[in-house]
Design a protein around this ligand. Structure first.
Ligand SMILES: Nc1ncnc2c1ncn2[C@@H]1O[C@H](COP(=O)(O)OP(=O)(O)OP(=O)(O)O)[C@@H](O)[C@H]1O
Length: 247
């Protein structure tokens, strides 16, 4: 197996005296799509932030490939509606980039014509695409997305995930995302990590969807959707899957 781009080894995170994550191990390999699922408050966003190095660990460590380029789409980004700012300007923050680089990033995000538009006038779906464009600016080897389709309707989020798969194919980047859109995500992921303060189970979407921990929480309703959306990948994955004791 390839050398991981990011590897978390036995990490723990304690915030305000509470253990949020305990003994989490995760490896991200080039080109794979990994989805993190779990109930509200289970530590998904915290895990993503830890992977980019934005949260202090209370145990374990994280290894990143040297010079690793990371793109990150945060869960929330509030922009003051009274502040006039074009999409192009937004993509030029915090450091100035060329108009060509802006156009290329918007193109990759699937919204080539938005550069002159005002940020405050964008629809929810367009806004998410602009955040994606920003994350793609530096041609990342790993793209991390925290609930990127919240607020989008079903066709909107399906289109977003299709774009993510295309970006993965075009750039060859790994994708790590947190999502509640279980149907679509389970179908588009190579590997799923179900967390609830620790890794409850992980493996292919089929393995996780069939795991008792997953079914207890989300039911078995994704089965039909999986069959519907699941498609053949042109490359092989030989990731081992593990079950961990919950609790
Ligand atoms: N800065 C912080 N200080 C203290 N507690 C925090 C902090 N950030 C997050 N938490 C707590 O950590 C737990 C995990 O939060 P996190 O946002 O990672 O969950 P999540 O799985 O992403 O949830 P959701 O699905 O609701 O977005 C929550 O109980 C949250 O209140």
């Amino acid at each position: 197996m390839s050398t991981p781009l990011i590897a978390a080894r036995g990490i723990g995170i304690r915030l305000d005296g509470r253990d949020i994550l305990t003994d989490v191990n995760i490896e991200i390999h080039p080109g794979e799509i990994v989805t993190i699922v779990g109930p509200n408050g289970s530590g998904k966003s915290t895990l993503l932030k830890a992977l980019i190095g934005a949260v202090r660990l209370s145990a374990g460590h994280i290894e990143r490939a040297e010079g690793l380029r990371i793109g990150y789409v945060p869960q929330k980004l509030a922009i003051d509606a009274s502040l006039p700012m074009t999409v192009g300007r937004f993509l030029s923050l915090p450091r100035r980039v060329s108009a060509a680089a802006i156009a290329a990033a918007l193109d990759k995000a699937g919204v080539p014509d938005l550069a002159q538009r005002q940020m405050k006038d964008l629809s929810g779906g367009q806004f998410q695409r602009v955040l994606l464009a920003r994350a793609l600016m530096d041609n990342p080897q790993v793209l991390l997305l925290d609930e990127p389709t919240q607020g989008l309707d079903q066709p909107g989020s399906a289109a977003f995930y299709r774009r993510i798969e295309e970006v993965r194919t075009e750039l060859g980047c790994a994708v790590v995302m947190v999502s509640h859109d279980l149907h679509v995500v389970m179908a588009a992921s190579d590997r799923v990590l179900f967390i609830n303060g620790h890794v409850c189970c992980e493996g292919t979407p089929e393995i996780v969807a069939g795991a008792p921990e997953y079914r207890a929480l989300f039911g078995s309703g994704t089965k039909g959707a999986l069959a519907l959306y699941r498609h053949e990948h042109s490359h092989d994955h030989d990731h081992a899957h593990h079950h961990h004791e919950a609790g």
